[in-house]
Design a binder for this molecule. Structure first.
Ligand SMILES: Nc1ncnc2c1ncn2[C@@H]1O[C@H](COP(=O)(O)OP(=O)(O)O)[C@@H](O)[C@H]1O
Ligand SMILES: [Mg+2]
Length: 249
């Protein structure tokens, strides 16, 4: 079971878009996938048109069973929703005397091996919930927007991850995903080559700017459903293939 965190401290870089469409892409390829929303905004389930009554916060808090909260969203694809209830949970984790960072690991123990992939969407910023996700995950994928200079943010994120790796050495910053790529904008190409110089093979083929990607969640659809022949679908298909290829390697 691969545990992949979609994370970067910056907001609006395409984390949720990537979590949802990558999870859907993997499920389409026959993998069983659990999408876990670890953001208080709770957009991931909604983007799939699902409106579960209970989610991750209730499972961690012991108010709901995993089986009840885990909602079937598509063939092979389940979602554990996030949302505002996670804010209360964050306070509980922070107040624990010790072991707070292992809360998600403990909760997910029973889930071990039940899916091929667990994809975790995280909130912007660096908080107790994101730390929990990184203690649980074995790989992180960091989307980096090519619209703004985010290399520094990525380096900071990579350093913060280093602090967690001391205790959780399995964790790797495995993928850098350039997003909002626009060939007409010179800066886009510049940032991309800087990323490649720093991170080499870890840099995935970029996801281009595509308005269809921003429209799809409003219809509760993945990009593969909403606009299957769009460049957004093409780019997330390519990302899915890259991840599957690494699994076979
Ligand atoms: N490649 C893209 N092209 C155009 N719009 C995008 C793209 N990726 C994401 N978006 C839109 O940009 C906004 C921020 O993306 P989102 O995935 O929510 O970022 P994050 O989760 O990092 O905050 C959303 O409205 C989303 O629909
Ligand atoms: Mg998000």
């Amino acid at each position: 079971m691969k545990k992949l965190a979609i994370a970067l401290s910056k907001g609006g870089v395409g984390k949720t878009t990537t979590a949802v469409n990558l999870a859907a892409g993997l499920a389409k390829k026959g993998k069983s996938v659990l999408l876990v929303d670890v953001d208080t905004q709770g957009q991931a389930a909604r983007a799939l048109g699902a409106h579960p009554q209970v989610g991750l916060a209730e499972v961690i808090g012991g108010e709901a069973e995993f089986e009840t909260a885990c909602t079937a969203a598509r063939a092979n694809l389940w979602v554990l929703s996030g949302g505002r209830t996670l804010a209360g949970l964050k306070r509980v984790i922070t107040r624990k005397d010790f072991g707070g960072e292992q809360t998600l690991v403990e909760t997910m123990q029973g889930v071990d091996g039940r899916f091929d992939y667990v994809v975790l969407d995280t909130a912007p910023g660096w908080d107790a919930l994101t730390v929990n996700v990184l203690f649980y995950a074995d790989a992180a994928l960091a989307p980096v927007s090519l619209e703004v200079m985010t290399l520094q943010g990525l380096m900071e994120f990579s350093r913060s991850m280093g602090a967690i790796q001391k205790y959780h050495p399995e964790l790797q910053l495995k993928y850098i995903l350039p997003t909002f790529f626009d060939r007409r904008v010179r800066k886009s190409e510049e940032i991309l080559s800087q990323l490649q110089a720093h991170f080499g093979e870890r840099v995935c083929a970029p996801v281009r700017y595509n308005v269809r990607l921003s429209e799809a969640p409003g219809y509760g659809q993945t990009i593969f459903e909403y606009a299957p022949s769009s460049i957004g679908a093409e780019d997330y298909h390519r990302l899915t293939e890259r991840i599957l290829q690494d699994e076979r390697a």
